[in-house]
Design a protein around this ligand. Structure first.
Ligand SMILES: C[S@@+](CC[C@H](N)C(=O)[O-])C[C@H]1O[C@@H](n2cnc3c(N)ncnc32)[C@H](O)[C@@H]1O
Length: 260
């Protein structure tokens, strides 16, 4: 039987790999590297994976197979349908790799950014491939450190104070919340600075760009006071690097007088 490992590698620094992830990597015969073209920026994600393999494994003990995956088409279909159709295309590529690039009894791995359970489609893609039945395999998930954990650690804050709850959401869904519903919100996947819609509420923001990498930027403050500065920081960083990867926590302030 073929085996596939989904190995969480943390969000961008080879130091974030767990001992469990390193041990799992040592068992792997072939690593599938999925590349979204060689557009500026995306190279960095491939390079970090290659650096991880070189750091933790002996050369010649594994094979590397790269495959081009399409970029998700934006616009047109609804967001959900767009993502579903993109996942089907990825499933097709991964099915081909499992079929043609590994032998029975071998272990293949996908190195997953952060943790495979957080806004990552590969787990569901593997489950869909199995349902489809063109290839069969066993699979295992190795957890990784998420961008959320790194953000909290770098700002030295807990995600919740005593007895509070926390919402994890995307920029796209953030504006559906009323400020009063949110005590702590962790926001990923926000290319459009949607924190802007909370600027009249009494919130603090803890923001991190390119966390864990040499380009890391940390920024925090009272949202209403820093909102324009943060937009500027994001747009400058995006211009400089060609892409941006950022996460933030919005936290309703303790000050009862100004709470909105
Ligand atoms: C598709 S999700 C993947 C999340 C990942 N599975 C994790 O566990 O962190 C991508 C989003 O994660 C966040 N992210 C991932 N790596 C990051 C990093 N190094 N710095 C800041 N945010 C990051 C950003 O919000 C980005 O838009």
């Amino acid at each position: 039987m073929k085996k596939i490992y989904l190995i969480g590698i943390g969000p961008g620094n080879p130091d974030y790999l767990t001992v469990q992830a390193i041990n799992a990597m040592k068992e792997v015969d072939v690593f599938f590297i999925l590349e979204k073209g060689r557009r500026k920026g995306f190279k960095d994600f491939t390079e970090i994976r290659e650096e991880i393999l070189e750091r933790y494994l002996d050369r010649g003990t594994y094979r590397l197979v790269s495959a081009e995956i399409p970029e998700r088409k934006k616009g047109g279909d609804s967001y959900r349908e767009g993502v579903r159709s993109w996942r089907r295309q990825k499933a097709e590529v991964i099915t081909g790799l499992i079929k043609d690039k590994m032998k029975d009894g071998e272990i293949a791995a996908l190195l997953i950014w952060g943790d495979p359970s957080l806004y990552d489609g590969h787990l569901e893609i593997l489950q869909d491939i199995l349902k489809e039945g063109r290839v069969s395999f066993e699979y295992k998930v190795i957890p990784g450190i998420t961008s959320v954990q790194v953000l909290a650690a770098r700002h030295k804050i807990p995600l919740t104070h005593i007895g509070e709850s926390v919402v994890i959401t995307t920029g796209r869904r953030l504006e559906r919340y009323r400020p009063a519903e949110i005590k702590n919100a962790i926001v990923l996947l926000d290319p459009d600075s949607r924190f802007d819609c909370f600027k009249n509420s009494n919130m603090d923001i803890y923001w991190g760009g390119y966390l864990g990498t040499g380009d890391e930027i940390l920024f925090s403050g009272k949202l209403r006071d820093v909102v324009e500065d943060l937009k500027e920081i994001r747009s400058e960083a995006r211009k400089r690097k060609g892409w941006i990867m950022d996460t933030y926590i919005l936290r309703r302030s303790e000050d009862p007088e100004t709470n909105g």
